[in-house]
Design a protein around this ligand. Structure first.
Ligand SMILES: *[C@@H]1O[C@H](CO)[C@@H](O)[C@H](O)[C@H]1NC(C)=O
Ligand SMILES: *[C@@H]1O[C@H](CO)[C@@H](O)[C@H](O)[C@H]1NC(C)=O
Ligand SMILES: *[C@@H]1O[C@H](CO)[C@@H](O)[C@H](O)[C@H]1NC(C)=O
Ligand SMILES: *[C@@H]1O[C@H](CO)[C@@H](O)[C@H](O)[C@H]1NC(C)=O
Ligand SMILES: *[C@@H]1O[C@H](CO)[C@@H](O)[C@H](O)[C@H]1NC(C)=O
Ligand SMILES: *[C@@H]1O[C@H](CO)[C@@H](O)[C@H](O)[C@H]1NC(C)=O
Ligand SMILES: *[C@@H]1O[C@H](CO)[C@@H](O)[C@H](O)[C@H]1NC(C)=O
Length: 442
């Protein structure tokens, strides 16, 4: 039988099949399908999407097919249990800055915001052959954000929250408002075949200014057993970033165009939180500039100063934790600012001079980190990075209070410009094998 509720079409096959399937729940019942067609014009499609999830989100299938574009004008949560969401079409978020600043989900880290939460277990979200997904309509946010980082209310379009055993695949996220994807308080999540692109089209930007700050590809927080593979990212911030309590994560085959690359952090920002990043393997990474923005760095680790100065999002510090058991291999970098670095002197609120005073105060620890087969070139552009100068191919600037332990480098060959004759590898308070380190003060 077929009946419709507004523009949602629900199809149920024989009742016998229903009874059988109910016995094996939460496995998906292919016989319970809800197809959502946009309401048309400027109407918000969140109500019809939610009605479909209500009907088919437990053991069924929800279809939002191509070529439809769904208007998303309010925050919403979809709960999927043993079900599938086929997202061949596009969720287009409104760019009503006032609405989103006042109506979003709070994310308990750096006062951030999210717009669409996906919760549940044993589910799949698949963009299919059209690679459907999200249009974050982010330009209004990029312009609004001019020259500022972590601006309040900029929502993350895809917040995977309190989810277990879920797969997200074949998805595109264009013009994300903020970070494209956040995996938070979740476990056993696979994110396979993603395309993320944040491009600024506001050419009133003077050259070199970056309006697309905070357009990370994916961040993980309080999550375990995550697989991130086959991604293409273009934007102005971290391609992949691990925040506190990111454990047992495999990252493979990621191509990043522009931004600071692969980030561990920031960590140690909250004095009352212990941040763990442990058991991380990263493999087959390509880093190159975009047509719009340089590759600022390649692979980097950033922990806050050991004392609390200011409050989040841009201030803080004094947090504890550890990064342990990290393997990074097969990385190819092209024209990257700073190839690999560890910076234990972070605080976005203090001036560079002020923050330098706290560079040896962090107790956050780094150990058991291994780098293999890293190739390419860096630019050795001088910078006054907050805290320390990190102009080199590799800078391992660990805190006196928590020296880095057991860092190994094998088959690492990063070229610097021909006319550059300064230091190549700089180390401080670091136990390093496989590199010719120059000391910070030497
Ligand atoms: C952010 O949240 C912290 C608490 O975690 C609070 O102290 C601070 O005032 C908030 N900042 C802003 C800009 O809302
Ligand atoms: C979707 O992703 C899977 C990998 O998870 C891939 O095998 C498949 O070909 C993709 N499907 C389409 C239609 O692109
Ligand atoms: C990202 O989008 C811009 C603008 O549409 C395009 O020029 C660029 O090639 C895209 N990047 C990738 C990696 O596809
Ligand atoms: C790497 O990921 C890209 C983008 O999803 C895909 O086109 C390519 O086939 C993948 N390469 C391998 C070796 O799987
Ligand atoms: C991380 O996990 C540890 C151990 O379970 C816990 O003590 C700590 O508060 C967690 N940190 C965060 C940021 O949730
Ligand atoms: C390090 O992490 C890998 C998985 O990323 C795991 O297989 C290995 O057992 C871990 N090693 C230690 C010493 O915990
Ligand atoms: C890291 O991997 C090792 C070896 O598999 C395991 O014993 C340990 O519990 C893992 N650490 C975390 C935080 O999951």
């Amino acid at each position: 039988m077929t009946f419709s509720i507004g523009k949602i079409v629900v199809t149920l096959l024989g009742l016998g099949a229903l009874t059988d399937a109910a016995a094996t729940a939460p496995t998906r019942r292919a016989d319970k399908t809800c197809t959502v067609i946009p309401r048309g014009g400027d109407l918000d499609d969140v109500p019809n999407i939610l009605a479909a999830v209500d009907k088919c989100g437990k053991g069924g299938e929800i279809r939002l097919p191509a070529p439809y574009v769904y208007n998303i004008k309010q925050r919403f949560t979809t709960r999927l249990e043993g079900s599938k969401l086929e997202l061949g079409g596009t969720l287009r978020f409104s760019d009503d800055i006032t609405y989103w600043t006042n109506n979003h989900y709070e994310f308990d880290f750096q006062n951030q915001s999210t717009a669409w939460r996906v919760m549940g277990s044993d589910y799949t979200v698949d963009g299919g052959k059209t690679m459907g997904g999200i249009d974050g309509n982010g330009q209004a946010w990029y312009t609004y954000n001019k020259g500022q980082g972590n601006r309040y209310g900029r929502p993350i379009p895809l917040h995977i929250f309190k989810s277990q055993r879920a797969t997200f695949k074949n998805l595109s996220i264009r013009q994300p408002q903020f970070w494209a994807v956040l995996v938070d308080t979740s476990s056993r999540i696979t994110l396979d075949n993603f395309y993320v692109n944040a491009t600024n089209h506001d050419y009133t930007a003077s050259s070199g200014s970056n309006y697309i700050t905070n357009t990370d590809g994916i961040d993980t927080y309080r999550s375990d057993k995550i697989t991130i593979k086959n991604w293409v990212y273009e934007g102005g911030d971290d391609c992949v970033a691990f925040k506190g309590n990111s454990t047992n994560i495999d990252v493979e085959n990621i191509s990043c165009y522009g931004g600071p690359g692969i980030a561990f952090g920031s960590i140690g920002q909250y004095p009352d939180r212990y941040d763990i990043i442990e058991n991380i393997t990263i493999k087959d990474i390509k880093l190159q500039p975009s047509f719009q923005y340089q590759m600022k760095s390649g692979i980097y680790f950033k922990s806050w100063i050991g004392e609390t100065k200011g409050t989040p999002p841009n201030g803080g510090g004094g947090g504890t934790g550890h990064v342990k058991n990290v393997t990074i291999e097969d990385v190819d970098m092209k024209d990257v600012g700073y190839g690999i670095y560890v910076n234990t002197c972070l605080n976005y609120q203090l001036s560079s001079d002020e923050v330098s005073k706290y560079c040896d105060t962090s107790t956050f620890s780094f150990s058991d980190m291994h780098f293999k087969n890293i190739k390419g070139n860096t630019l050795a552009k001088s910078t006054s990075y907050p805290g320390e100068e990190i102009t080199f191919a590799i800078s391992l600037l660990c805190s006196k209070k928590a020296p880095c332990k057991d860092l190994t480098f094998d088959d690492v060959d990063i070229k610097l410009p021909d006319d550059y004759d300064g230091p190549k590898v700089l180390c401080a308070n670091a136990d390093v094998d496989g590199l010719d380190c120059e000391d910070l003060d030497g």
